[in-house]
Ligand binder design. Structure first.
Ligand code: UD1
Length: 428
């Protein structure tokens, strides 16, 4: 298993081009199941998760072509016919978002058998709201032996679907299912994250009629068929925020390009309160930090435009070196402080109680061997390591590979001392 070695202390200087958003890309890929024409996705990130979904889609009947040039990567997906409407446990378990093929399979072929995803590192993460939405659209759903058996032999029918809590995945799933339903669907209490806006825009480019994405009420007028389209994946807001925090942690000046500051405004205002300089630009932003210790700042995660839970571990890393005590409240997932004991190995002083972590800033962190527990937690450790004295080895890097494209190269290009230890090298 690969590991990453980071020698802390180097200031960062340079430019990082942000990739297309992982969490958008995998839902847009699933949208290709809704049409027999080619869907061409540009600005595609190349990640373990996108490769993984590509493999599942191929099993379902999609032809998936990856075209990589000097500065562009595209994926062309074409599902002339669904050859199998079955997504097995071993595939869905590895990446929860593959559960979202259920809706499009059902919409296109009238039936599907998809494994329930089960729990994951950051909590139970149920799919009850996904199933509620599909049932509201007229699907008959039964659960047996860990599988969802869904039927809609005469197609899905538009409905009013009210979400009792905001769920990105369930909103996306409902959208993917209802664009081909008969009549109008109203999603009330819909999630407002930028990934929903991205999915709706791509579906509209394919001929769907979706209005209101980005608000908590989305109205969809069903159409009989969708066509192919070319669509550019939006910039990854979590990658943007992560590198902004990396620059703040290490110090120096880093320009983030191919992205949008407005996607992470809640993070940027907290960083400014802490004493980091941010310059918002047309093609992204510049992050600067020179000298003085940062001030402690409290955060509470929330739905968009609130503070993204996927940036919580990285922000906590920054606060471990602040001049005083800060509080980090996690309100989205119940078990999202797994990075805390690992950060403690680097010398951080953090106490967790329920959904709240108290971070008492220390004067210095020290390199150590640590273990990545999930995608965002592991990149939080990388950020902490950038400012730790000596070498940190982050184990279980496959978590990082799921969501960060060429992380070592992007950071090293700005002067960070980061290298990957492959299996063989790690063993020697
Ligand atoms: C997505 C993102 C993830 C991000 C999260 C919140 C992807 C692949 N993942 O996850 O990176 O951290 O949004 O921004 O896009 N819930 C239920 N029942 C359901 C569905 C969700 O109770 O049927 C709960 C969850 O347990 C959680 C909350 O709702 O507590 C929000 O989860 P949700 O927005 O659905 O997150 P995901 O779509 O799984």
């Amino acid at each position: 298993m690969d590991r990453i070695a980071i020698t802390g202390g180097a200031r960062l200087s340079g430019e990082i081009a942000i990739s297309g958003a992982k969490n958008s890309a995998i839902k847009l890929m699933a949208a290709s199941l809704l049409t027999d024409e080619p869907l061409r996705l540009t600005n595609m990130p190349r990640l373990a998760d996108t490769r993984f979904l590509g493999a599942l889609l191929r099993r379902l009947g999609t032809d998936v072509q990856e075209i990589d040039g000097e500065s562009a990567s595209e994926t062309v997906l074409r599902t002339q016919e669904i050859v199998s409407a079955f997504a097995p446990y071993d595939l869905v378990r590895q990446m929860r978002a593959s559960f979202n093929v259920l809706g499009p399979l059902l919409a296109r072929s009238g039936h599907a058998k998809v494994s329930l995803p089960g729990g994951c590192e950051i909590g139970a993460r149920p799919v009850d709201l996904h199933l509620m939405a599909l049932r509201a659209l007229g699907a008959q759903i039964e659960l047996h032996e860990g599988y969802v058996y869904a039927q809609a032999p005469r197609g899905l029918t538009g409905a009013r679907i009210e979400f009792p809590l905001s769920s990105v995945g369930a909103t996306e799933h409902a959208l993917l299912a209802c664009v081909l339903a008969r009549g109008e669907t109203e999603l009330v209490g819909a999630a407002r994250e930028p990934e929903i806006v991205d999915l709706a825009a791509c579906l509209n480019a394919m001929g769907a009629k979706v209005e209101g994405a980005g608000t908590d009420r989305i109205v969809v007028t069903g159409v009989a068929r969708l066509s192919g389209a070319t669509y550019a994946v939006a910039p990854d807001r979590i990658e943007t925020g992560t590198y902004a925090l990396a620059a703040a942690m290490a110090g120096g000046e880093v320009r983030l390009t191919h992205t949008r500051a407005d996607l992470i405004e809640s993070l940027l205002s907290k960083m400014e309160q802490a004493g980091v300089e941010i310059e918002r630009r047309n093609d992204g932003l510049t992050v600067k930090r020179n000298g003085a210790r940062l001030s402690p700042v409290d955060i509470e995660t929330g739905t968009f435009p609130g503070f993204a839970t996927d940036l919580q571990a990285q922000f906590m890393a920054l606060m471990t070196l602040a001049d005083g005590e800060s509080v980090v409240r996690e309100t989205i997932f119940e078990n999202r402080f797994m990075h805390v004991p690992e950060m403690a190995r680097l010398g951080a002083d953090i106490t967790v109680s329920g959904g709240e972590a108290r971070v008492r800033g220390v004067a210095r962190l020290e390199g150590a061997q640590v273990m990545a527990t999930d995608l965002r937690a592991s990149v939080g450790l990388v950020i902490a390591a950038l400012a730790a004295q000596g070498e940190t080895i982050v184990d279980r890097v496959y978590h990082l590979d799921r969501g960060f494209e060429r992380l070592e190269q992007k950071l090293s290009a700005c002067g960070a001392q980061v290298r990957r230890l492959s299996d063989r090298e790690g063993a020697s």
